[in-house]
Ligand binder design. Structure first.
Ligand code: HEC
Length: 218
């Protein structure tokens, strides 16, 4: 009997004790809570302007590490060009200070850029648009992505480079945004390569050197 009583006491006392410690959920209290796991709520830290004997110059805010680029600073890209981080055509696809798309790729279009563009295009764009850009990617074969744009459409050929940049960056219709996946230089590289793809469909015999034209005109 004594045994049962003590069990009953524990069964009653324990919840009462727990509720007493933890409080009823939703109840507001001014009392300092009991922290079983304080996580990282309180820890030693330095506020930016506080004096700090740890560093030689005695302040807690130190200069940014080497290689840090301020948003307003010039930056060296892998494609070799220098631009300002924000408000530049390279980042926005827009003519600075306007809402008009830049017509021409702001990066120097050279072999390096085109090779990079081909590689990125085949990774990011070909699944839907096809390696030729004609809209016959694997997603069409699988029937999971209807009506993928044919990038050789006259409308897209005539489109400003900046507008294509905008489509890659933010997506369009069923096409998702590739801005978060592709650094800006890669987006321009893809555009350079896409222009080469388009040109490959638009070439005519007249583009050949005169001495070679005859062979094809026969
Ligand atoms: C998941 C499939 C998919 C991928 C991957 C994809 N696209 Fe698209 N893209 C589409 C679809 C679908 C459309 C048609 C969108 C619409 O008009 O609704 C489209 C349209 C476009 C257009 C025409 C936009 C317009 O204004 O009509 C361009 C240019 C384009 N894509 C370029 C690219 C490039 C460059 C890549 C690679 C970085 C890419 N796409 C990757 C599905 C895709």
């Amino acid at each position: 009997m004594r045994y049962l009583l003590s069990i009953a006491l524990v069964l009653v006392a324990l919840p009462v004790l727990l509720f007493g410690l933890a409080g009823v959920p939703g109840r507001i209290s001014r009392a300092t809570p009991i922290e079983v796991f304080p996580d990282m709520d309180r820890q030693a830290k330095l506020r930016p302007q506080e004096p700090n004997p740890f560093f030689a110059n005695g302040v807690s805010s130190q200069l940014p590490p080497a290689g840090t680029v301020a948003r307003s600073e010039a930056l060296q890209t892998t494609a070799g060009s220098v631009y300002r981080f924000e408000a530049s055509p390279v980042n926005s696809g827009l003519i600075t200070g306007t809402t008009n798309f830049v017509t021409v790729n702001p990066l120097p279009v050279n072999k390096q850029l085109l090779l990079r563009g081909r590689e990125r295009f085949d990774i990011y764009c070909a699944p839907c648009h096809g390696r030729l850009g004609d809209g016959n990617g694997i997603t069409k074969k699988l029937g999971v992505m209807p009506a993928v744009a044919n990038l050789h459409d006259q409308r897209i050929v005539a489109m400003a480079d900046g507008e294509i940049f905008n489509t890659i960056t933010h997506g369009k219709g069923l096409m998702g945004a590739y801005g978060p996946l592709m650094p800006v230089e890669d987006r321009w590289a893809v555009i350079g390569y896409l222009r080469a793809l388009q040109l490959s469909w638009l070439g005519s015999v007249d583009d050949l050197p005169p001495d070679q034209q005859a062979a094809f005109k026969k």
